[in-house]
Design a binder for this molecule. Structure first.
Ligand code: MG
Ligand code: MG
Length: 251
């Protein structure tokens, strides 16, 4: 578990700010008729134009058969996370998760958003809004002196009563020196359990909520996770700095 120095944090702040700006620009292009690979190309162009490196491109997670082939993960409808962008054309009524990392001056940040494509159903809107809120609850629970389980508890105690499937086999993580660091951050949990949270830790918190059950399955490409029941899924993520009071959102 890493604790980041003042100088390192200023680099992470700048990287996170750049990531957030690019995230909003790419999100604005998620409209009917656009190919998912066009969103990827745009994200990559913006990251590289700023002099940074797309952190996901060629990243090889533990157990993967081949490195990730894009800068951006684009996960449509029942895809939960890690959708590989390609020829798929976004349609009116889709919801699309956009997830990517930026390496700025050697330091990594990570963020995701789920956006509507054209006009979406009220239930899809509610899923998006509730998943965003679940993320904010998780961030609100991350505080120096607390425990990792406080975050999962906050997400779960918000999302469970609303009837969502909370994805359990994927979760958040430390980030900064590397794309994925200790500790793993589940989106379910018990207060006061798990590793201790300390001021200076940098974490990516990322709840995934399904309209149906929590069950997900990995696709044939080895990356894209889908809901097992085909229901819609949403995902939001921020990189945050843990402090002794409210966490600071870096992205
Ligand atoms: Mg991410
Ligand atoms: Mg992440």
């Amino acid at each position: 578990m890493n604790i980041y120095s003042k100088d390192e944090l200023s680099i992470l702040r700048e990287g996170g700010k750049r990531l957030a700006e690019i995230r909003e620009k790419v999100a604005a292009r998620a409209v009917p008729g656009v190919k998912t690979k066009e969103l990827d190309a745009y994200a990559r162009e913006l990251i590289e134009e700023a002099g940074d490196t797309p952190a996901f491109l060629n990243y090889r997670p533990d157990g993967a058969d081949y490195p990730y082939p894009a800068a951006l993960c684009v996960s449509v409808n029942d895809e939960v996370v890690h959708g590989i962008p390609g020829e798929r054309i976004l349609e009116d009524g889709d919801i699309v998760g956009l997830d990517f990392g930026v390496k700025h001056k050697g330091f990594f940040t990570d963020s995701a958003i789920t956006v509507p494509v054209g006009n979406i159903s009220p239930i899809a809107w509610k899923l998006i809004e509730d998943t965003r809120e679940a993320l904010m609850r998780g961030i609100g629970a991350a505080r120096g002196g607390g425990r990792i389980g406080d975050i999962g508890y906050a997400v779960e105690s918000f999302a469970r009563p609303l009837g969502y499937g909370i994805v359990e086999i994927l979760g958040g993580h430390g980030v900064g020196h590397r794309q994925h660091e200790e500790p793993y951050i589940p989106n379910i949990g018990r207060r006061g359990t798990g590793p201790k949270l300390m001021s200076g830790m940098v974490l990516a918190i990322e709840p995934m909520l399904n309209l149906g059950t929590e069950k997900v399955m990995l696709g044939k490409d080895g990356y894209a996770w889908r809901t097992k029941d085909g229901s819609l899924s949403a995902h939001f993520e921020h990189t945050i700095l843990v402090t002794d009071s409210e966490a600071e959102i870096l992205t």
